[in-house]
Design a protein around this ligand. Structure first.
Ligand code: PLP
Ligand code: COI
Length: 361
């Protein structure tokens, strides 16, 4: 059933991050070496071959981006070209047929136009999440890449991913005996397999009061990688030169977050901070080097982390938990507040967009 937004005082900011059916999605099909022109379809179900490579061998990837109704009344999308480029690299790595940047942008434009009333109002605290998903549709039983694909783009009005949104620091767990990605595996591309790998652990962590899992590198369990849903970054207190440092991990096995890259730019070029992308030993958290830590991504935006609990396996196989409170553990630090405000103001059109991130410009 379609989401009914026509009730008086519809509460956009209470939508959460759930699936809601809208008017339609767009589907493109790839066959005989080319993509078709795409079609808008109302029915949210697919007919798919029982031997499609997506179903058996996980030949499936996805993306996430957002559209905003801005202060000038226009609807714009945050950096869709960057998502198009990431789809292309995911497809190259997994040997799937990739759309062109132009085809992707046209699909995004068409699906938003057909669902225009679902773009939340300016200032509502909600946005239109755009979910592209692409997968092998050809029937194959041997493991190999398909020659037929589908690319679907659907939209979904959403608000906060984690309860309390950006003003509520959440507790994060590094779970013992649990890895997200192998050092030279698929952690750097946006494929379904990376998410199913964390579903069980995330479920168990949530039941224990941790909404978000953090992962260390799988090989040495020494360096910070990323969260199950988002990238990791940390801020230091102001140094003797009056500068804050924005520090985020460098690793082959993490997803290159468009939000993180954008925040690095905001931190450096707008706020005048130092930006470091480097290996981050977890020891730096233990030593209290960072007074603010956050998860960042399209869905989670900038979610403050108030505590990181680290499960360590001892030689006899038993597990101990070391707790690390970040800042005072309860309030959002001033650095994160500045980053949140700057990013959100650009996305809502409340400040100029110096990097031409909003599309169309
Ligand atoms: N890391 C993971 C594992 C993610 O799923 C996401 C979400 O897309 C991100 C990071 C953040 O990436 P982006 O900012 O491009 O949404
Ligand atoms: C996004 O932020 O767009 C993602 O794809 C993350 C996912 C866990 C919802």
């Amino acid at each position: 059933m379609k989401l009914d937004i026509n009730t008086p005082d519809f509460k956009w900011n209470e939508l959460g991050f759930k699936y809601h059916q809208t008017n339609c999605h767009i589907i493109y099909k790839y066959k005989d070496g080319k993509w078709d022109d795409g079609e808008l379809v109302e029915e949210p179900f697919l007919k798919i071959h029982i031997a499609a490579t997506a179903l058996h061998y996980g030949q499936t990837g996805f993306e996430g981006l957002k559209a905003f109704r801005m202060k000038d009344g226009k609807i714009r999308v945050f950096r869709p070209q960057a998502n198009a480029e990431r789809i292309i690299s995911t497809c190259e790595y997994t040997m799937m047929a990739a759309p062109t940047v132009e085809m992707f942008l046209d699909g995004v434009r068409r699906v938003i136009a057909a669902n225009i009333e679902y773009v939340p109002p300016y200032g509502s605290g909600a946005s239109l999440y755009i979910r592209p998903v692409f997968f092998g549709t050809e029937a194959r039983v041997g493991v190999s890449s398909a020659e037929e694909y589908a690319l679907i783009i659907f939209v979904d009005p959403v608000s906060d991913y984690y309860k309390g949104g950006m003003s509520n620091p959440v507790k994060s767990l590094i779970m013992a005996n649990t890895d997200r990605a192998a050092p030279y595996g698929t952690g750097h591309v946006k494929i379904g397999g990376n998410y199913v790998a964390t579903v069980r652990a995330s479920h168990l962590a949530k039941k224990r009061g941790y909404p978000i899992l953090l992962f260390l590198d799988s090989a040495s369990k020494t360096y910070i990688e990323e969260f199950a849903t988002s990238n990791f970054f940390a801020l230091t207190p102001t140094d003797s030169n009056g500068k804050r440092h924005y520090i985020t991990p460098d690793s082959h096995s993490i997803l290159h977050s468009i939000t993180n890259m954008s925040l690095e730019k905001v931190a450096k070029d707008i706020l005048g901070w130092e930006v470091e992308r480097r290996k981050i030993p977890f020891k730096e958290v233990e030593e209290g080097k960072f007074n603010e830590i956050a998860a960042c991504g399209t869905a989670v935006v900038i979610t403050p982390i108030g505590e990181i609990d680290h499960e360590i396996v001892k030689e006899d196989g038993s597990i101990v938990i070391n707790k690390h409170i970040i800042g005072d553990g309860k309030t959002v630090g001033s650095g994160l507040l500045k980053l949140q405000k700057t990013l959100i103001d650009i996305q809502n059109g409340e400040r100029e967009d110096p990097f031409q991130w909003m599309w169309p410009s």
